[in-house]
Design a binder for this molecule. Structure first.
Ligand code: ZN
Ligand code: ZN
Length: 217
C-alpha cells in the first residue's frame, strides 16, 4: 500500500491518498477544503477506483469536501460522537468564522456516513485490515485507523509530531485527550508510523521518547 500526503486548506490539513499495490483501487483519509477538486482530479487522472473515505473526525477542516466523494459505492467511515458535525456542519460555522470570516453556509456541506465505527472495530480497506481506536479529547469523535500489517496509523488531531491536538474546542478535554493518547496510541507498537491531521509523520516510539506534552505514564 502506498501513502501520499496532500496538505490542503487554510489550516494546512493533511489528507492521505492510499493506493493498493496494483495501483487500481484507492482510499482517502480526510477531505479538507480543496480535496474535492485536487484529490478527485488526481484519482481520475490515474484511473483509480475510490473505495472508501475514512474520516478521523468531524471538524470542518477534515470533512469540508467529504460530500464530493460520498457518491454511490464509496463507503464513508466516521465515529458517531461527531455525528452532529457530519450531519449539520453549518451549526459550527460561527466558530470557524472567527478565524476565516469569509466562510459562508455554502462552505459547510453535510456528509452521509455509511459506516459508523466504534472503538475496537476492524474494517477492511484496500484488502487490508484496519483497527479503529477511539481517541477523544480533541473532539468527541476522533478516531485513529491502525493497519498492523503496514505498521501505520492515521490519527487525526489527537497527537502531532512533538505536539498534541487542541483540547479547548467544543467537546474537548485535556485529561481525556492525554488518557486517550496514553491508552490508545502509546500502546501501539513503537515502530508504528503515525500520520497525523497536521504536520509531518512520526512514530509511536519517537513521541513516547520526546513529546513534551503527552508523556507516557
Ligand atoms: Zn480537529
Ligand atoms: Zn485539524
Amino acid at each position: 500500500m502506498k501513502v501520499e500526503c496532500v496538505t490542503l486548506g487554510p489550516f494546512e490539513t493533511n489528507a492521505y491518498l492510499l493506493t493498493d499495490d496494483a495501483e487500481q483501487n484507492c482510499a482517502i483519509v480526510d477531505a479538507p477544503p480543496g480535496a474535492g477538486k485536487v484529490l478527485a482530479e488526481e484519482i481520475a487522472a490515474r484511473g483509480l477506483k475510490l473505495e472508501a473515505l475514512l474520516l478521523t473526525h468531524g471538524h470542518w477542516d477534515h470533512m469540508s469536501d467529504a460530500a464530493d466523494f460520498a457518491t454511490a459505492g464509496v463507503a464513508v467511515y466516521g465515529h458517531r460522537d461527531d455525528a452532529a458535525c457530519y450531519a449539520t456542519p453549518e451549526k459550527f460555522m460561527p466558530w470557524y468564522q472567527m478565524a476565516l470570516p469569509h466562510l459562508t453556509a455554502a462552505n459547510f456541506r453535510p456528509v452521509q456516513i455509511t459506516h459508523w465505527v466504534a472503538d475496537g472495530d476492524t474494517i477492511t480497506v484496500l484488502g487490508k485490515t484496519f483497527e479503529v481506536r477511539h481517541v477523544p479529547g480533541h473532539c468527541p469523535g476522533n478516531v485513529l485507523f491502525y493497519c498492523a500489517e503496514e505498521k501505520m496509523a492515521f490519527t487525526g488531531d489527537a497527537l502531532f509530531a512533538g505536539s498534541v491536538g487542541r483540547s479547548d474546542l467544543p467537546g474537548g478535554s485535556w485529561p481525556v485527550l492525554l488518557r486517550a493518547i496514553r491508552e490508545r496510541i502509546y500502546t501501539l507498537p513503537e515502530e508504528t508510523v503515525l500520520f497525523a491531521g497536521h504536520g509531518p509523520e512520526t512514530t509511536v516510539g519517537d513521541e513516547k521518547l520526546t513529546n513534551p506534552y503527552a508523556r507516557p505514564e
